[in-house]
Each structure stands twice: as structure tokens, then as C-alpha cells.
Ligand binder design. Structure first.
Ligand code: AMP
Ligand code: GLY
Length: 443
């Protein structure tokens, strides 16, 4: 199967790695990947294209005769990449522009959840500070304020400090067409459950947990995610079925009823509250960094699963097969992250980390920088290879992944890997995959 993968972050490296790893020997996956990630390029044929330009992606998919396009990040989906590819008659794993609003607009997601009877936090959609104040009065502390628009996981502030909450709301409202949601606070540990859908049928993957705050003990601001693990030994097995029944299936049914079927990955961000399961958020694509651990446990073909979703044939596919192993990933981030990252520093130790049995390292925000002088490059003739070094180029830089028989073993492996790697300004959490008692203390 020839697959074009759109996106070039850590999640796409995990997708690429596992598309190839799990493919059946009778139908190997031939990958075309988006250029620009030193960890992704060796996994396929790399191609330079603009992931936010639907026509560019569709033309390339057609030109290369691909069997399937898999869209990793949300921005291309919101830009309409899946619509353009589908219009060419090419199967695509990823929702249409309209269905992607489940992630792109938190207000839209709330409306769909309400129509579908899906349990979520009560919320007010606010366009003025007066409305925000009224919502604060209605719910009380802790205050939960969400930017309505896409914000890479960083648009949400949860705080007991009303002034901080109001300041965040004001910043969002001051933007053009600024809208914020003020929500009821949800207690309890969070779970990410990915559900694959072909527009009708829903197939759940295995649950994982993400660590959203930047600091140990869930302190500091929200990030895109600082680490993840699976399985969740503390979670009752019945939760997966319950989430499919009460959250994912009703949402997929509601989207179909509206004539905007959801094809792709419905990421259910859930809170296990004292009052039951509640949806914290929907995303319309694989989570980052949960994908790096979830897909590592998949023992059946990922390409077949995504192709079945893209072609409306999920009901006929056998259920995915999962390894009982545990997998943990720790994100190594740049200085400054989640604010402006301090980039351009040499990264060392990746090979040493990968030499450990059960450890691999995923590139999320790295690039090669040429270290030969401009003069050397100018004088170099055919066959000249400039010297280059690997440097950090984004907020989240590397995902160090450890695998073992238990979560404790996998965590020990991941941190053993982390210990080998360094770059100036690097920071990571020390408490990834520790038990949920600590996770309850969100503030
Ligand atoms: P979101 O972008 O909606 O997933 O929010 C990011 C993070 O903020 C979530 O993973 C939670 O940790 C936290 N959060 C969001 N909504 C709530 C809520 N209603 N109550 C408590 N925490 C929340
Ligand atoms: N890890 C959270 C997300 O992908 O949005």
C-alpha cells in the first residue's frame, strides 16, 4: 500500500514507524513523508510540499498514485486537505473541513455534544468580559477559561485566581472575532481514548494518559503534552465500552445525521470525575504524544485499519490486536517552552539512548544545521558533504520512548534514555507515568 503522510512532527514519526512496522508481509507499506524532520525522512521517500495547501497535497497524492493519504495534524484538516484529496477519489484518513470543527471550535463541539447527549462540562460561550464575569459567578472557582480557536493545547487556563482567569479571557476576547468558553471545573484523572471511525462504525484503540502541565506534580502552564503512557492499570476495563457507547458513537451518529460524517480519528479527552465520565475536549486527529505510546502496542496492521476507515469498511475488519506490554514516553522540551522556545542548540546522546534495549527516540522538533563555513560550502564541488549537527528547532524536541512488561519497567527505560541525551536549556518532567493519585491535584 502506498501511503502519503501529511505532517512532520513527533506524532507523524510514530505513525510512519508503526505503519511500516505493523504492515503485513504480503502488503508492505511504501511511505511518502513530508520533508523537514530528520527522524521522519529515513522512514520513507521524503517530499517537500505545503501541508496547508489542499490542492498541493491533492495534486501530489494523485501524481504519485497513492492508495491512501493519512493526515496527522489538525491544521491541514481545518484547511480542507481531506476534502481536496477525497475530491480526487483518493481514500483519506482524516475528517472534512466541516467535521474538523469538532476540534477547531470548542463552541461547535459543545453544540454537537449537547445534540448527541454526550456528557461534558457545562459551559458558557462568551463574547464580552461582562459575560465572562457572569459565568465566573455562576460556576465559582476553580475557573476554566478556553480560547474558542485552535491553540496547540495552550489556550486553556485553569486557576483559582479570578484575576488570572479574567486576564486570559480578556487576551482572547481582544483578538479579532475573539470568543471564549467558560466551563464548569471537572475533577478526577484524565484519559485519552482514540476512536477510529469511517463515518458510521467506531473502533476504539487502547486508553492512554497524557501529562498536560509543564511541571512536575501538574504545576505550571498547559503544554501540548509532556509525556504519556499506556496501559492505565488503574482504569476499569469497562470504561472503553462505556466511552464508545456514551461519547464516540453518539458523536459519530450526530455528525452523520447532519450530513457531515466524521471519518478519521476522534480523540476523546475525558475526565474520570466523581460524577462519572465527562468529555474535556475532542480532537480530530491522533494525540501527541499519546500516539507515540498507543501505536507502539498495536500488533495488527495500522495501514489496514486506517484504510478501512477511509473506505467505509471498518465493520468488516477484525478488531485490532494489542500487545500487553507497557509503553511510556517522556518529552524533552526546549528552554522557554511552552512560551517561545530557545532553539538552535546541539543535541547529543540520541544513539546512546537508542542502544538501550526497549528504548527508541522520536524526533519532534529537530533539524540539521550546517556547520561548515559559508566559504567551505561555496568552494565545495560535486560530492562535497557539508558538516552538520542536529539541533533543537521547536518547543517539544524529542520523545524518548521506553517499553517493558509493566508501566514501572517502561518508565525506568524511558528515563534511562533521557539521561543520555542533552541540549542547552532542555527540560522534562520527572514524574511521567506515576500513579493517578498525584494526577488528581490539578492546581
Ligand atoms: P483542552 O484543550 O480543552 O483539552 O484543555 C487542556 C487541559 O486543560 C485539559 O487537558 C485539562 O487538564 C484542563 N482542563 C480543560 N477543561 C477543564 C475543565 N472543565 N476542568 C478541569 N480541567 C480542565
Ligand atoms: N496530547 C494532547 C493533544 O494531542 O492534543
Amino acid at each position: 500500500m502506498k501511503v502519503l503522510l501529511v505532517g512532520n512532527g513527533g506524532r507523524e514519526v510514530a505513525l510512519a514507524r508503526n505503519l511500516v512496522r505493523t504492515a503485513s508481509s504480503s502488503d508492505p507499506v511504501e511511505l511518502i513523508v513530508q520533508a523537514g524532520n530528520p527522524g521522519l525522512e529515513p522512514l520513507g521517500q521524503s517530499l517537500v510540499f505545503n501541508p496547508l495547501n489542499p490542492d498541493d497535497v491533492a495534486v501530489r497524492a494523485k501524481g504519485r498514485g497513492v492508495d491512501l493519504v493519512v493526515v496527522g495534524p489538525e491544521a491541514p484538516l481545518v484547511a480542507g486537505v481531506a476534502d481536496a484529496v477525497r475530491a480526487e477519489g483518493i481514500p483519506v484518513f482524516g475528517p472534512s473541513k466541516v467535521a474538523a470543527q469538532l476540534e477547531a471550535s470548542k463552541a461547535f463541539a459543545k453544540e454537537v455534544m449537547e445534540a448527541a447527549g454526550v456528557p461534558t462540562a457545562r459551559a458558557f460561550t462568551c463574547r464580552t468580559t461582562e459575560e465572562v464575569e457572569a459565568a465566573f459567578n455562576a460556576f465559582g472557582a476553580p475557573y476554566v477559561v478556553k480560547d474558542d480557536a485552535l491553540a496547540a493545547g495552550k489556550g486553556v487556563v485553569v486557576t483559582d485566581d479570578r484575576n488570572v482567569a479574567l486576564a486570559h479571557a480578556t487576551t482572547c476576547l481582544n483578538r479579532e472575532d475573539g470568543v471564549v468558553l467558560v466551563e464548569e471545573y471537572l475533577d478526577g484523572p484524565e484519559v485519552s481514548l482514540f476512536c477510529v471511525s469511517d463515518g458510521t462504525t467506531v473502533v476504539p484503540l487502547v486508553p492512554a494518559q497524557d501529562f498536560k502541565r509543564v511541571g512536575d506534580g501538574n504545576s505550571g502552564p498547559n503544554t501540548g503534552g509532556m509525556g504519556a503512557y499506556t496501559p492505565l492499570p488503574w482504569l476499569d476495563d469497562s470504561v472503553v465500552d462505556e466511552v464508545v457507547k456514551t461519547v464516540a458513537q453518539p458523536t459519530v451518529d450526530e455528525m452523520a445525521r447532519r450530513g457531515t460524517p466524521f471519518v478519521g480519528l476522534l480523540y476523546c479527552g475525558l475526565a474520570m470525575t466523581s460524577k462519572g465520565i465527562r468529555v474535556v475536549e475532542f480532537n480530530v486527529r491522533f494525540g501527541d504524544p499519546e500516539t507515540q505510546v498507543v501505536l507502539e502496542r498495536l500488533d495488527s496492521s495500522l495501514a489496514d485499519l486506517l484504510y478501512a476507515a477511509a473506505t467505509g469498511t471498518l465493520a468488516h475488519l477484525p478488531a485490532p490486536i494489542w500487545s500487553p506490554d507497557a509503553v511510556v514516553t517522556v518529552v524533552m522540551a526546549s528552554g522557554g517552552y511552552p512560551d517561545t522556545p530557545d532553539t538552535g542548540h546541539e543535541i547529543t546522546g540520541i544513539e546512546d539512548a537508542e542502544a538501550i534495549d526497549g528504548v527508541h527516540v522520536i524526533h519532534a522538533g529537530t533539524r540539521f544545521e550546517i556547520t561548515s563555513s559559508a566559504e567551505e560550502v561555496a568552494l565545495g564541488c560535486c560530492g562535497f558533504e557539508p558538516d552538520e549537527m542536529l539541533v533543537n528547532s521547536g518547543g517539544r524536541v524529542l520523545d524518548v520512548v521506553g517499553r517493558g512488561a509493566t508501566v514501572e519497567e517502561a518508565r525506568a527505560k524511558a528515563y534511562e534514555g533521557v539521561d543520555w541525551i542533552s541540549f542547552a536549556g532542555e527540560h522534562h518532567r520527572k514524574d511521567i507515568a506515576t500513579w493517578p493519585a498525584e494526577l488528581d491535584a490539578k492546581n
